[in-house]
Design a protein around this ligand. Structure first.
Ligand code: PMP
Length: 442
């Protein structure tokens, strides 16, 4: 229910409205709902798009380079077919690519721990050694709201995380430029540049160029560029993202860039192929380290993916099928938010009490509730049986300084469930807001 002028309600009118909302809430609570809008996973219908891969007999068994996929052998950088596919998708050359494992997060974690132990290409003093010598902590820049699992990695590995605000076209580059220029212990920055998790925004050309041109004090600084949603368009008219590796090369910065890709949300989540794209120097350096960790990659999964996806045209046709399934879910969330709050546009003029993003791809919608209301609203929603990603999760250390950001992941639930879940969320936000307001008056 839309409440005209909720932001200006006062006195008895506010109390009466709160009582009405609470009785509506009790009706939801008595239904024993069990709805989960927490994580960005593909739904079963999306997984079915790629199920034919499971019936794959595999023959012919030979990779392009003559290696039998069932045996050891082949370059640690991945099969030629899979490297070619990833290169095609990311717009880089095959020699810029290492196809590696089933989880891009694992590659990110691995590259950071490697840097902590051995340094990086061009600067082989370990990050830990530098921290020990300087007596300072290692630091990482975290544009936020951002992806909680990125933040878990740098938190777990003991980095001090520095918040930088996400704006409508990417992170605040002015703040990033100042930070990296002044502190050699800042070793990296997290990014999900296309259809960002959770805002769904895509970095503008000027933001990509500014990041490509950074002049960090640390010679071993790296941009972690997680292209998890590079192909995940909801509409034919897609967001365009500049190629960071190409842009960085223009400034002699190509070694500063690590790009990550994953088919976790193209084929099978957790059973896809994942990759690093980087300068040839980085690729050679990292491949040498990898060859100590493993004899060869999982060529079977790489080959199976390369044969299934084929090329960028094949990828587009798969992603169109995904979009047809999940686009109505995104549109339903947005429609209900519009019904409930009559506001739109990310952090624009708030005619009402909330603002939210209107993504053209990816897996999430980001909602900003009124300040100091997200935690309470999500607590109320959970009590009524509707779970969202915990408040604060989109910020380092799980602390949203304004306690307002809520990540909505609409891909898994059915439309009817989304309808209920978002209406409950809207109701809980209004209750949290009016309760705070009422308590201020007392
Ligand atoms: N990066 C981002 C930005 C994601 O949203 C996700 C999945 N939620 C991942 C990485 C996970 O990818 P993978 O399964 O390849 O580790």
């Amino acid at each position: 229910m839309y409440i005209p002028g909720i932001a200006n309600l006062s006195g008895e009118a506010a109390d009466n409205m709160l009582a009405t909302l609470k009785s509506e809430y009790e009706q939801f609570r008595s239904q024993g709902l069990k709805l989960d809008m927490q994580r960005g996973r593909p739904c079963v219908e999306q997984l079915d798009i790629s199920s034919e891969m499971l019936d794959w007999g595999g023959a012919p068994y030979l990779c392009e380079d003559g290696n039998d996929m069932r045996n050891y052998g082949g370059g640690i950088e991945g099969t030629p077919e899979a490297r070619g596919l990833v290169a095609d998708i990311l717009g880089v050359k095959r020699e810029n690519v290492i196809v590696w494992g089933n989880s891009s997060l694992n590659i990110m974690y691995d590259l950071i721990t490697k840097a902590m132990l051995f340094g990086v290409y061009g600067s082989e003093t370990s990050w830990l050694e530098q921290a020990r010598e300087s007596g300072e902590k290692l630091k990482f820049i975290c544009p936020c709201p951002g992806y909680d699992r990125h933040f878990f990695i740098t938190e777990t590995l003991g980095f001090e995380m520095i918040n930088v605000p996400m704006l409508a076209d990417g992170p605040d580059v002015g703040a990033i430029e100042r930070l990296v220029a002044s502190d050699a212990m800042i070793k990296g920055i997290w990014n999900t540049p296309k259809y960002q998790n959770p805002t769904g925004i895509t970095y503008s050309d000027s933001v990509v160029r500014a990041l490509a041109a950074l002049k960090p004090k640390a010679p071993d600084f790296r941009i972690f560029w997680d292209d998890a949603y590079i192909a995940h368009d909801l509409y034919d008219d897609t967001d365009a993202l500049l190629n960071l590796l190409t842009e960085a090369a223009k400034y002699g910065n190509e070694d500063m860039v690590y790009i990550f890709a994953s088919t976790s949300k193209i084929t099978f989540a957790g059973a896809g192929i994942t990759a690093l794209a980087a300068s040839v120097n980085n690729v050679k350096f990292i491949a040498k380290q990898l060859s100590v960790q493993a004899i060869c990659p999982d060529k079977i999964n790489q080959l199976r993916h390369a044969r299934f996806i084929k090329d960028t045209a094949g990828l587009k046709s798969i992603m169109k099928k995904h979009a047809a399934i999940i686009r109505p879910k995104f549109e339903l969330v947005l429609k209900i938010l519009q019904d409930e709050f009559r506001d739109n546009g990310y952090c624009g003029d708030t005619a009402d009490i909330c603002a939210w993003t209107n993504p053209r791809g990816g897996y999430f919608i980001s909602l900003d509730a009124p300040d100091n209301c997200a935690r309470e609203a999500l607590r109320l929603a959970a009590e009524a049986g509707v779970r969202f990603t915990p408040a604060g999760a989109t910020y380092p250390y799980g602390v949203d300084p304004q306690d307002r950001n809520i990540r909505i992941a609409p891909t898994v639930p059915a439309l009817g469930e989304i309808d209920t879940a978002i209406r409950v969320l809207a109701l809980c936000i209004k209750i949290a807001y009016l309760s705070k307001f009422a308590s201020r008056r007392v």
